[in-house]
Design a protein around this ligand. Structure first.
Ligand code: NAD
Length: 557
């Protein structure tokens, strides 16, 4: 893994590669007011900073005091991104120390608004933009990136940003935010991360008509032209950053599944919307099983939604159920899906390829609403991933509670305003028996004198650890087994205390430790399956923890 300052000096200090204003303007090296008097004298900084030297802790207090004074979450986001542009060490110190408070600011849900306003808020460029004009020379574009040892790339084409649709080049805030979480939660050094947007145009009329829009103001390229651009990009990544993990993010349905199928066995890549979501949800199901005393193979799951999240979860659950002894066919028959039209079943002639394997036969005739589907199928678990708000009505939750002593109700759609039901509704409508998880955070709920801590099935529990494990082992591929083991590792970290309060996930404050545990599980798969580069270290966990980036200032003199 790369280090920012290679030549170590005998006293533990490192040589600064820059001096004066250049040093202050390099966010990877800058310490701002924390440069000591000796450093200021030796590095040409005297007079360029206010005289008093601050500690990292004092700087952190200053940042949080200011952020908390901001009137809106978007202003907080802008504050934090400006800090990232000035001083990465301080940014990560602040984020790590305030992860529960700041994760929703630097990532979902606030990053959604930041994408929508990207061109209007724009201050300074971050990441690489690749358009069709770069066709034939994408390698050169990648080579222009200042860091040479990139280990994790997040790429989007901006077509399906969160639940907000086609935001074109404005989607860049997503790879930027996601990679900030790879660093903050996983410990991937910031200098080893690269955000990329494939700006293939946009079909969003509002963006096409906005004179401030910063992307290519043309309709999206599609078909062969699109595929050829992605192919050149992937090959260029292989050549320029051969050790990099490529994570596909927020591609529209039709491209997400196709690209994953095309590249998963060719390069080291994964799609977090499909596989990361699956892993965190499977972890939630395992945790729920510790409360219900049911095995995963005992569950019958009805998914509301049949897109990337739903099918991704279904596929991983099927793998996990087969590990518990079911045949693949039996396991698949325990997963049912509803899309925007109706229940996905064998009578449907309009299904996209990714839904077809789950188009089971049933005797109930066409089922077009969720309540009828619940009554007909009698599921033990209801998982909402349609992006549609308020779909889990009182009647539906009550029916789940009538059918099951402990129904699983996972309202995973984001942001909070799209949640299928609130945590409070899930507990109230099931007489406190629902085992609830959500996509967006919910505050604790007091119901009939009992306090419930609703668990948030946040992908940030999984992808940073997967990335760290892949980097630690130098894994050549990312496999479903890795996500399966990651889910198990995450579920194993949920304590009896967490479960007693209805929390299916550990507190986010432990996310760096969780990521190290997941990284160990993922790296082990890489070593066992001969997908790793080099021999397995004696103490894998110790090695992984040693790799985790710590936001601490270097001493320059
Ligand atoms: P997607 O666009 O791939 O899929 C959406 C699916 O919902 C499609 O199959 C669509 O047909 C279906 N749908 C739309 N309207 C419907 C309706 N009225 N009734 C039934 N089905 C309907 O999106 P995705 O990536 O699968 O994400 C879906 C939702 O899941 C989003 O809200 C997203 O925020 C959330 N999500 C949560 C997590 C998490 O909690 N960790 C992770 C990923 C996605």
């Amino acid at each position: 893994m790369p280090t920012n300052h290679k030549k170590r000096r005998s006293c533990g200090a490192v040589r600064a590669r820059k001096t004066g204003a250049d040093l202050l303007h390099d966010p990877l090296l800058n310490k701002g007011t924390a440069f000591t008097d000796a450093e200021r004298r030796s590095l040409g900084l005297v007079g360029l900073l206010p005289p008093k030297v601050s500690t990292l802790a004092q700087q952190s207090t200053r940042v949080m005091t200011n952020v908390r004074k901001r009137g809106t979450d978007l202003e907080k986001y802008v504050d934090m991104l400006s800090l990232l542009d000035r001083n990465e060490t301080l940014f990560y110190r602040v984020v790590i120390d305030n992860i529960t408070e700041l994760m929703p600011i630097i990532y979902t849900p606030v990053v959604g608004a930041a994408c929508q306003l990207y061109a209007h808020l724009f201050r300074r460029s971050r990441g690489l933009f690749i358009t069709k004009k770069e066709k034939g020379r994408i390698r050169q574009v990648l080579r222009s990136w200042p860091q040479k040892d990139v280990r994790v790339i997040v790429v989007t084409d901006g077509q399906r940003i969160l639940g907000l649709g086609d935001l074109g080049a404005s989607g860049m805030a997503i790879p930027v935010g996601k990679l900030a979480l790879y660093t903050a939660c996983g410990g991937i050094p910031p200098s080893a991360t690269l955000p990329v947007t494939l700006d293939v145009g946009t079909n969003n009329p509002a963006l096409l008509g906005d004179p401030l829009y910063l992307g290519v103001s043309e309709r999206r390229i599609e078909g062969r032209e699109y595929d050829a651009l992605v192919e050149e990009f992937v090959e260029a990544v292989r050549e320029v950053f051969p050790k990099a993990l490529l994570q596909f993010e927020d591609f529209a349905n039709h491209n997400a599944f196709r690209l994953l199928e095309r590249y998963r066995d060719r390069i080291c890549c994964f799609n977090d919307d499909i596989q990361g979501t699956a892993s965190v949800t499977l972890a939630g199901l395992y945790s729920a099983g510790r409360i219900t005393k049911r095995k995963l193979a005992d569950e019958k799951i009805l998914f509301h939604g049949a897109g990337e999240a739903a099918i991704g979860i279904g596929d991983l659950v099927v793998g996990a159920m087969t590990a518990e002894g079911l045949s693949k066919q039996e396991a698949m028959s325990r997963c049912w899906f509803m899309d925007s039209k109706a229940l996905v079943d064998s009578s449907r002639k309009d299904l996209q390829d990714h839904k077809k394997p789950y188009a089971h036969a049933h005797p109930h005739g066409p089922v077009t609403d969720l309540l009828s589907a619940v009554k007909a199928l009698k599921p033990t678990a209801l998982i909402g991933v349609s992006g549609q708000a308020a779909q889990f009505t009182r009647e539906i939750v009550a029916e789940m509670a009538r059918l099951n002593d402990r129904p699983l109700v996972f309202a995973l759609s984001n942001p909070t305003s799209n949640s299928e039901c609130t945590a409070e509704q899930a507990y109230a409508w099931s007489d406190g028996r629902a085992i609830f998880a959500s996509g967006s955070p919910f505050d604790p709920v007091v119901f009939q004198g009992r306090t419930f801590l609703p668990g948030q099935g946040n992908n940030a529990y999984i992808f940073p650890g997967v990335g760290l494990g892949v980097v630690a082992a130098g894994a050549k591929r990312v496999t479903d087994e890795m996500f399966f083991k990651a889910a198990r590792a995450l579920a194993a970290l949920v304590t009896e205390d967490d479960l007693a309060q209805g929390a299916l996930f550990p507190p986010l404050t432990k996310v760096r430790e969780i990521s190290a545990g997941i990284a160990e599980a993922v790296a082990k798969v890489a070593y066992e399956r001969r997908l790793a580069s080099g021999p397995k270290p004696k103490d894998l966990l110790k090695r992984i923890k040693a790799l985790q980036y710590q936001p601490e200032y270097k001493t320059y003199v």
